[in-house]
Design a protein around this ligand. Structure first.
Ligand code: G4P
Length: 191
């Protein structure tokens, strides 16, 4: 998506440790015009899959997932991050390891919001090591629902998560894919 690449080039900041700061337009402050375009782009990419629900994980995925849900006129569900595990059995839960933060957390979705009839499109802001997306795939599996694919705003290809998940058969559509980056610039991959 050209608008996403342009925005990364003009407003993204490369930090040490392979982190791209996008707080100016995607994370803390959100460019709402770009967000609307993102929703329409995701809807167009996955219209033939006829998803019935969007699933993301709090917090930064929520805005993108809501935009995609609005564009496709389907509900959006987000997994909550918890420290505790499934106590009452009313939730699907999975442990996710955050490579970036170096910790584990539980992602939890109420059983009311994902059912075996659902065709689920996953949406997130970053695809890095792929643990968050893999966790969402696991939650959908627990519901007996089907994953139709995943849309991510930015894939950092050099972290390998996308390659591993594609090998498992997951269709992943990044709106921008970064081949490499350093303090001298960002190089995009063209899939
Ligand atoms: P994964 O998402 O592919 O599993 O990789 P990883 O464990 O490394 O990512 C953990 C968190 O770090 C995620 O957010 C992810 O969005 C974020 N992240 C990864 N790479 C970057 C980056 O280059 N720039 C920025 N800004 N964020 C990155 P989170 O901890 O779940 O937090 P939240 O912001 O969604 O609340």
């Amino acid at each position: 998506m050209q608008a996403m690449e342009d925005k990364i080039l003009t407003e993204g900041k490369v930090l040490p440790g392979g982190i791209l700061k996008v707080g100016n337009f995607l994370n803390q402050q959100i460019d709402t015009g770009l967000l609307r375009e993102i929703g329409l782009e995701i809807a167009d990419l996955f219209k033939d899959e006829k998803p019935t629900k969007i699933l993301t994980i709090e917090s930064s995925g929520i805005a993108l997932a809501a935009a995609a849900g609005m564009a496709m006129d389907i509900p959006m569900v987000f997994a909550k991050k918890h420290k505790s595990s499934n106590v009452d059995g009313q939730v699907y839960t999975v442990t996710i390891h955050s490579f970036t933060h170096g910790n584990d957390y539980q992602a939890v979705v109420s059983r009311d919001y994902l059912t075996a009839e659902d065709r689920v499109l996953l949406v997130d802001d970053f695809l890095a090591s792929g643990n968050a997306l893999a966790g969402l795939v696991d939650l959908v599996g627990q519901a007996g629902a089907e994953v139709v694919g995943a849309a991510v705003a930015i894939e950092k290809k050099f972290q390998g998560g996308g390659e591993a998940l594609r090998k498992q058969g997951l269709r992943i559509e990044p709106l921008a894919c970064i081949e490499s980056m350093s303090d001298t610039g960002v190089t995009f991959c063209h899939l």
